[in-house]
Design a protein around this ligand. Sequence first.
Ligand SMILES: [Zn+2]
Length: 144
Amino acid sequence: MDESFIDRKYRLHLFQYLDKSPEFIGTAYKPKWHLECPMCGAKKATMVWCPDLSTYKFFCSKTNRRACGISCQFPVLLKVWNPPLYLMYLDEREAEGTAGAGWNVPKASTMYPNRRVQSPLGWHRCQVQDQPRSAPEQGSTDPS
Ligand SMILES: [Zn+2]
């Protein structure tokens, strides 16, 4: 399990959006959740950590006929579910140096070179109880 600080933040943001809290059904080494599909609301969608990909895979419920049936990696889920949030995610990944060639997300700056950069998602919208913040905040160093 090697979830990045950024992935964790956006995963928790997604989880907080859902009406029903995701149910943890995995292990510490292979975290897995049952959750509502953020796209179609189907119960028992699944999100599972894939160590070889260093990201999550999301699977909408296949048992419900009305379910959207989407299956994709976490960044794609963000893109489909909430495009503005996805762009913020890309910005943070690029700032961290984990976007572009060899990574599972493109660089936002090459996709949208003329776009105004939005401020990153703040922690105040994601209250996290079970683990203290350990990484330094982006942009907290004073340039002057
Ligand atoms: Zn769905």
